[in-house]
Design a protein around this ligand. Structure first.
Ligand SMILES: [Zn+2]
Length: 343
């Protein structure tokens, strides 16, 4: 978990940053720049050659306005396209002993549960529901036990199975606020101590979509808040690197619109049918960047450190409701993309 020195009014943007760090750490940071560059070149080749591959990039860039603009599908029906395989990605896990080299992350903790178990429970239900309720669509899990799977392997699984859509299941969590509390001293020389205060105010869903560049505002926000334990956020994938730029353009051209579309469809189901709060769609400043070959969305299904959300996320009824919303959204997406429905 990330430690952040902050004030209360910066909480909102830091929520997003926490997610950034988590993904960055488990996917990008440990890769040496040169190796990354070579990998990116291969990815680029794959993307251009239409080989199955996966790209998720997240950067701090608001999609709120763009989301509605891009949700209209005037030119998205692809002749002959069939949605055949959905990759269902349960975030995090427990790193196994003798795990292969790669990026692993245990995820956030609630008061009585943890993210990695909730994401697995939802993903297992989602896989079954997709195969039962959406004719002709196969759902492939990136992990099916509590053992974590490296991000590299998750991408491989998506690619090997020729996924058409990548849905990553996660839970959100707000970092503790760190405040200074006066503990005595004199008027001229007051004494303070630092206190960590849990912040349980986050509630509802959030959808994360690829975007490359961190906004200046977000950069400044992070610098101003002196994030501890974070060294070189974003260094591994340089937004000015021509390879990254080309990859990003390729992603934008081929997959961003549909990523925004599926995120909007799920968001609509959760808000309009389930009546839950949502923070909407957002680009994020940390890249979960793999090979670019399918639309992708990361669903923060709720805040595991919010008591009500934690109950909901752990309940059979809550998990089923989330799964059903995602399945209805995928069904609409499939109909749109295949030109067979009215949605
Ligand atoms: Zn997560």
């Amino acid at each position: 978990m990330l430690t952040i020195k902050t004030s209360a009014n910066r909480k909102k943007s830091l929520t997003n940053f926490k997610i950034d760090y988590e993904y960055y750490f488990c996917t990008v940071q440990l890769t040496a720049p040169n190796i990354m560059k070579n990998k990116l070149l291969n990815r680029l080749k794959n993307a251009i050659c239409s080989a199955p591959a996966l790209l998720i990039c997240l950067s701090a860039f608001s999609f709120n306005a763009m989301a509605s603009a891009e949700s209209h599908l005037t030119d998205t029906v692809t002749n002959g396209f069939k949605l055949r395989t959905v990759i269902v990605d349960a975030g995090h896990g427990v790193k196994p002993e003798n795990a292969p080299k790669g990026h692993y992350s245990r995820g956030a903790d609630g008061s009585f549960s943890n993210e990695r178990n909730v994401t697995l429970a939802i993903a297992l239900k989602l896989q079954k529901a997709i195969e039962k309720d959406i004719t002709g669509v196969k759902a492939v899990l990136t992990r099916s036990t509590e053992d974590d799977v490296s991000f590299e392997r998750r991408a491989q699984i998506a690619n090997e199975n020729k996924g058409n859509l990548f849905i990553s299941i996660h839970c959100n969590s707000l970092p503790d606020r760190v405040i200074r509390e006066r503990v005595g001293g004199t008027a001229r020389r007051p004494k303070y101590r630092t206190v960590r205060v849990p912040d349980r105010s986050g509630k509802g869903t959030l959808f994360l979509i690829y975007a490359l560049k961190r906004s200046t505002e977000a950069e400044n926000e992070i610098k101003a808040n002196q994030v501890e334990g974070e060294s070189d956020l974003g260094d591994a994938l340089d937004p000015d690197d021509p390879v990254v730029v080309i990859l990003t353009n390729e992603y934008k051209r081929r997959f961003r619109k549909q990523s925004v579309n599926i995120a909007n469809l799920i968001n609509d189901e959760i808000v309009q049918v389930d009546g839950r709060r949502s923070e909407g769609l957002r680009g994020q400043s940390i890249y979960v960047l793999c090979h670019a070959a399918m639309p992708s969305v990361l669903v923060e299904t709720g805040y595991i450190n919010n008591p009500e959300d934690e109950e909901y996320l752990n309940s059979e009824a809550g998990q089923t409701e989330i799964v059903n919303s995602i399945v209805r959204a995928i069904t609409k997406y499939k109909n749109q993309m295949e030109g067979t429905g009215t949605n």
